[in-house]
Ligand binder design. Sequence first.
Ligand SMILES: [Fe+2]
Length: 328
Amino acid sequence: MAIIGMESLVYGVEDVDRCSRFFSDFGLQLVTTSDSLAEFTVDEGSRVILRSAMDPGLPCSSLVGTGVREVVWGVDTESNLHALTQSVSSDREVTHDLEGTVHFLADGGLPMALRVFQKRGIASAPDPVNAPGSVNRINSHRKWRKRARPRTIQHVVFTAISFESVYTFMCDRLGFRISDLQTGFGAYLRADGAINHHNLLLLNAGLPFPEFDGQPRFHHANFGVDDIDEIMIGANHMERCGWAKSVLGLGRHRIDSALFYYLPCPAGGEAEYGTDGDYIDDSWVPRVWDEPLFGYFTFAHNMPPFFRHEPEWKFSFLQSAQHPPHQR
Ligand SMILES: [Fe+2]
């Protein structure tokens, strides 16, 4: 075990104050703020750091646009941090800062870093679900929630010019596992010390979607909440605060079973509330989704035009010969 999640996401933004208000309304816990920097945290200890896009301290990379400008992966021990640093530094420059963080560019020019991370344990208490013939809650109503309060950062997503080369680097050099592949679309990757279906999604920057322009960009970050109620309480609160509404609305991905709710984010890309996703370990057999849209979602409140025709029910399992060496 080595990488156990995201220690922090460092954003480069146009308006720190406005973005700070967004993430406060979204439910993150403010740690500190100033004209040029804001820091938030979640229960698990991961941080969101907002810095001015003009801040010379942000790493130079291939990324264009606003959004996350560096992913700091959390490593469980000093010795594993040293081993991963050795692995990365064999063919590229790494820099060590005064806080012990090791910075580098992954293949594809994606800015990343490694740092020892003391992830805090968290406990959730989602309400039992009733269904006809399956009564799990009697004489008991569901919790009345007031606000969403994300507890964890579950994944981060970028577009890449060659997502295949980036996922090969992440697997071969940093021990990531392939969870699923969407043919032509992207790769879902899990850190070896985490059990989220994916911690990193790399999407093909050349996909024919409106926000894709062939350039490597930040796409979205996912913040984990307890259940569907917390998602929608959060979404309603964001609407009351005047933030832009979701395009898709509430939906459920098929590929990781997770409920989703994407909100346009002034810090760049989208901020996603997520819950009830699949958790997996090294026993998981990765799948290949040859019909990528079949994996995309099982339902969405606002169905996009490309979903008017139901996609073909089609997927296969990744053959072991196609796995990276440590997954064979
Ligand atoms: Fe997501």
